[in-house]
Design a protein. Structure first.
Ligand SMILES: [Zn+2]
Length: 447
């Protein structure tokens, strides 16, 4: 078989991998490159949609046009999505029409995709098919069919799967993104039984999230992040001050923890920002938003302004969850810091970042400049109240030990992020270039 590493092997973003089995091919993920997109974004209230051509120009989409040249495009029988993050599904609205294939994912993943399609007013011709966590989808090929198993795993959004594609040559396991969290706050723990079973059946190739392969650690459970949220909210001196918390909109489990402790403080909880509304509505639609009745959501300009005016009058009884943890231009926190919204921070008000600034120059600069504006007023800032959704080196070692793949293909980063994974594989007895392969965007590996 041939494995095309289309996107996410030269940068952190626009993930896309294609497996070509001769008569038939399958796509894993079709994500966007976020920093490129953020630079395009206007203020939230007049967000624009961009054309495929424009997005290709700024290299925000994976370069799947090479599949046409290689004669692979017409053989694609399914587009399989591992989870709901934009760097894994954000390109689907723009490129899926090029394939006569269904788009398949878990209920939450597809609910998010549908929200994006609605929001951007894009219609795609592909069938959208939901598969429950720990269930399978049968892909119809030219002469035979293939089973794609959606094996539940933990990550920073709901219903994330590792996808096991059963081929005549063995299983291809797409494990991009994950961590191994046995005590998640929402959803199921990793399905180790399924991983052990496919190991017995024989894993031919493992495409593995290597973002933190250079960090010598096991990424802590989401229950640790919940404890960090509890610590900050319940122990800081905050009786008289406003509390704003920002986190990843797609991180429903984290939002749940923030809501739970906000309630313990007897504060009314408001959630504002377009993307917050998008992910929370998607979670609610699939029955995974236990806190929906405990919050008031504001998405559009007028709703946001009205909520902020109310908070302004009741600052000691309110807690606001909002967008802007990366200092993104146009996000709620960014606009608050520029005094473009009807709420003024006072000295000793609190802004809690239940997030980590993604270490790319644009984000670092945005966040730093936003922090400066808040600090000028004397706002207290709490960074890194967060635990990652990506496994560290020792999680990766565990996964490899369980599934015992023949070939390892590090994914989710540039050479800087992927190289430590190559070293780890070598430590575990894999021969570099023969069994463990350092790939770049636009390359092909024959195994
Ligand atoms: Zn992810």
């Amino acid at each position: 078989m041939k494995i095309y590493t289309i996107g996410g092997f030269t940068e952190v973003g626009k993930n896309m991998t294609v497996v070509d089995m001769g008569d038939d091919a399958v796509i894993f993920d079709a994500g966007v490159y976020l920093p490129a997109l953020i630079e395009l974004q206007e203020e939230e209230e007049h967000q624009k949609t961009y054309s495929e051509k424009k997005l290709r120009q700024i290299e925000a989409l994976p370069d799947d046009l090479i599949l046409d040249k290689l004669g692979v495009r017409k053989k694609v029988r399914a587009i399989l999505l591992g989870h709901a993050h934009l760097d894994h599904l954000g390109a689907v609205p723009y490129i899926s029409y090029r394939y006569k294939a269904p788009v398949v994912g878990t209920p939450f993943t597809l609910a998010v995709l549908k929200k994006i399609l609605q929001d951007e007013k894009i219609k795609i011709p592909n069938k959208l098919i939901t598969v429950n966590p720990n269930s399978s989808f049968i892909i119809k090929g030219k002469k035979r069919s293939y089973k794609a198993e959606f094996i539940n795993v933990t990550h920073s959004t709901l219903q994330t799967s590792m996808i096991a594609l059963h081929t005549p040559e063995g299983v291809v396991l797409y494990a991009n993104d994950f961590k191994l969290d046995n005590t998640p706050i929402m959803g199921l723990p990793p399905n180790y039984e399924a991983l052990k079973r496919i190991a017995k059946q024989g894993v031919k190739a493992l495409i593995i999230d290597s973002l933190y392969s250079g960090d010598n650690k096991k990424t802590p459970s989401e229950k640790v992040a919940r404890a960090l949220v509890e610590e900050v909210l319940m122990t800081i001196k905050n009786e008289k001050s406003a509390i704003f918390v920002s986190t990843f909109s797609s991180h429903i489990a984290r939002i749940k923890s923030i809501v739970d402790y906000g309630k313990k403080l007897n504060r009314k909880i408001y959630v504002i920002g377009r993307s917050m509304n998008k992910y929370i509505s998607a979670a609610n639609e699939v029955g995974m938003c236990p806190f929906r009745r405990d919050i008031q959501i504001g998405s559009y300009k007028r709703q946001v302004e009205s909520i902020l005016k109310t908070v302004s009058k009741n600052r000691r009884n309110s807690l606001v969850i909002c967008t802007g943890h990366q200092g993104e231009p146009g996000s709620i926190l960014d606009r608050l810091s520029r005094k473009k919204l009807p709420f003024e921070f006072n000295q000793n008000d609190n802004i809690i970042f239940s997030s980590k600034t993604i270490p790319v120059p644009a984000n670092m600069a945005n966040k730093e400049n936003m922090d400066k504006r808040f600090r000028k007023i004397g706002v207290r800032i709490f960074d890194d109240v967060h635990v990652s959704g990506h496994g560290g080196r020792e999680d990766l070692r565990d996964l490899i030990s369980i599934v015992k793949p023949k070939h390892i293909i590090p994914a989710h980063g540039s050479t800087r992020q992927l190289t430590p994974m190559i070293e780890l594989a070598r430590e575990m007895g894999y021969k570099t270039g023969k069994e463990c392969h350092l790939m770049q965007d636009g390359q092909v590996l024959e195994v």
